[in-house]
Design a protein around this ligand. Sequence first.
Ligand code: ZN
Length: 144
Amino acid sequence: MGFPLSREVSMKKIEHIGIAVKDLELSNELFSKLFGKSPYKTESVESEGVKTSFFEAGPNKIELLEATHPESPIAKFIEKKGEGIHHIAFAVDDIEAEIERLTTNGFIVLNKTPKKGADNKLVVFLHPKSTNGVLIELCQEIKP
Ligand code: ZN
């Protein structure tokens, strides 16, 4: 079986893994113990209804997400599935090109226009329905 690989792919490494938590403060303590250091950043993203914190572990990053209100996607996720891995984020060079490439290949892109996410990134999400149940985030660094 062949795959349509005609377009150039700008998807790079896993940028971070997002974990949904009920209580960010408690989870910050827990993950600080786990990694032996504090989060390097905490940030609220009002448009998404989340408070986030970011940890570094070697070359890898973990994002913790807590809902700021009951209608937040994170609140709904926890309600359905409990705490745990919420998404995997991939760094991309050209988010617009990736949206087009993936849409053409049958993936469901949740927001067609990239929005500003945490950690100075433009982000879009792929619907888990189109990716074997895994919520995938694409993120592109916002250049100053
Ligand atoms: Zn993320």
